[in-house]
Design a protein around this ligand. Structure first.
Ligand SMILES: [Zn+2]
Length: 91
């Protein structure tokens, strides 16, 4: 497989932006981080994959949060799921 983005060699984003991908899907990034991730995303296949995987759930959460309380617990669970999927451990 040929990578065309910053890949760590295991199919995951080399700079750890997959966590940002989850926050991106949930529209939860700080403005500066959102700008950085928007620039990162087109060049990073792992992050594109993460966004594509989480987008349906993210849209569901966002539509639910528009009608009810923000499902922070679910957002945290989504981010934890990405962390687990990425095989990353807390530094
Ligand atoms: Zn990435």
């Amino acid at each position: 497989m040929t990578a065309d983005g910053p890949v760590a060699g295991n199919g995951h984003c080399a700079d750890g932006s997959e966590l940002d991908a989850a926050a991106w899907v949930l529209d939860a990034l700080e403005p500066d981080d959102a700008v950085r991730f928007a620039r990162h995303l087109p060049a990073c296949r792992p992050c594109q994959h993460t966004v594509a995987e989480l987008e349906p759930a993210g849209l569901l959460l966002l539509s639910a949060s528009a009608a009810t309380q923000p499902p922070l617990r679910l957002a945290v669970a989504a981010i934890a799921g990405v962390r687990k999927a990425a095989g990353r451990h807390a530094d």
